[in-house]
Design a protein around this ligand. Structure first.
Ligand SMILES: C[S@@+](CC[C@H](N)C(=O)[O-])C[C@H]1O[C@@H](n2cnc3c(N)ncnc32)[C@H](O)[C@@H]1O
Length: 390
């Protein structure tokens, strides 16, 4: 037998709550000769059950109905579904907190956030003290901010000495260039990397090229490459971010972006870059796209984290038109373009297999190669030659 104060202590509820429950008929005190009310073990057990049902999200009324054996299955199923969602959210919140403390990897969180709320995620990274360049690189590499410095250093070490940072070939660059009406305009090349395409453009232009990249070291290599080919004449290099271009508007005839628009997002890039074009200007860019509406699960899963905004060619075309550009032409990059990127990368990975590079970097690059080896063809790179609508 329990007095009300003892019962209150056992279940962690106040006296007044118990009296209220008694009024509702959940528990039934028996008045003793000395005037005190006492409660049985049965009362205690009903209270414990009630608390558990309440913790499951049931209202007091629903709990009482349940305790009286009138179980409403549909209601319980609904509560169960809600509970499962809440548990999943809590698990995610737990992973986030432990990741922020460096106890867990934040990679999947970053990837999910970048997909669901790219702008908010990006702003948040800046608030964590990352520069715009670092934050974009995290996005570019689909990485976790906790492994930032080491990962990026080692990633750069693998690519050091490799000409191409993505697929491309001189023939494809030239094919796209040939779609432009003349070759004497002012070209703004964005994300020029080591200047491989810049060399092709420099060979064929009768105008000028302003090539930008936000990586000083990469730009130095680009300058040396151009100088070695005696192609420096029409080219000027500027270290700048594609998201904050230090140029006057309406200055260029062509914006050229091979494998770089995705870094800030194709839609954002087209909307922002257009202001630097003359009214008759062109944007020529290449982007990773799906060639099928029904890709294999593995490929789909891989790219959903590595490039969440990857789209079909048809989608990109509609998007380009919606943004007030005409499509002059579009075509898929050749096998040669992929070989130029993948063959040296594979050789470099072999070299590093027994070296000091962290296994995460190597295994990430191996995963990428594995996906290309098995699923390239379901997706690929597409060149889009677009012109501002009048
Ligand atoms: C995949 S590579 C493509 C390089 C080159 N266009 C090519 O096809 O070989 C992307 C390039 O964009 C540069 N990049 C990344 N973020 C950038 C930014 N915010 N502004 C300018 N360049 C950026 C990288 O340094 C890198 O050189």
């Amino acid at each position: 037998m329990y007095r009300i104060s003892e019962l209150a202590r056992e279940v962690g509820l106040s006296r007044s709550t118990l009296l209220y429950y008694e009024k509702l008929g959940l528990i039934k005190g028996q008045r003793q000769l000395n005037g005190y009310r006492v409660y049985t073990n049965g009362d205690l057990q009903r209270l414990k059950l009630l608390l558990q049902l309440q913790a499951g999200g049931l209202s007091l009324k629903e709990c009482l109905a349940c305790l009286d054996a009138k179980v409403d299955r549909q209601l319980l199923e609904e509560r169960l579904a809600t509970l499962e969602t809440e548990i999943a959210q809590k698990v995610q919140a737990k992973v986030l907190l432990s990741s922020l403390l460096g106890m867990d990897s934040m990679r999947s969180w970053h990837q999910a956030m970048d997909k669901q709320a790219p702008d908010a995620h990006f702003d948040w990274l800046l608030k964590q003290g990352f520069t715009e360049k670092q934050a974009l690189k995290l996005r570019w590499l689909s990485q976790d901010m906790n492994v930032h410095d080491q990962y990026i250093g080692e990633f750069d070490a693998v690519f050091n000495g490799l000409e191409r940072l993505g697929p491309g070939s001189a023939a494809d660059t030239l094919r796209a260039w040939g779609k432009l009406p003349d070759s004497n305009g002012a070209v703004l090349e964005i994300g020029c990397g080591k200047g491989i395409s810049t060399q092709v453009l420099a060979h064929h232009t009768r105008g000028s090229i302003l090539a930008i990249d936000n990586d000083e070291l990469t730009l130095c290599v680009a300058k040396l490459n151009l100088a070695a080919q005696q192609l420096s004449e029409p080219v000027r290099f500027v270290c700048a971010s594609m998201t904050q271009l230090p140029f006057d508007s309406a200055k260029f005839d062509v914006v050229w972006a091979e494998g770089s628009a995705y870094i800030m997002g194709v839609e954002k890039a087209l909307k922002y870059w257009r202001r630097f074009l003359k009214s008759t200007g062109f944007i020529v860019f290449s982007d990773l796209v799906w060639f099928t509406d029904e890709p294999s699960t593995k490929a789909k899963m891989y790219w959903s984290t590595q490039y969440p905004d990857m789209q079909t060619v048809e989608y990109r075309i509609e998007q380009i038109k919606r943004l007030d550009f005409e499509i002059i032409d579009h075509f898929s990059l050749s096998q040669e373009a992929w070989d130029n990127y993948l063959q040296p990368l594979k050789a470099k990975l072999m070299e590093h297999a027994t070296g000091t590079i962290d296994t995460i970097v190597l295994s990430d690059l191996k995963d990428e190669i594995d996906i290309h080896d098995n699923y390239l063809g379901e997706y690929g790179y597409q060149f889009f030659i677009t012109k501002l609508k009048r």
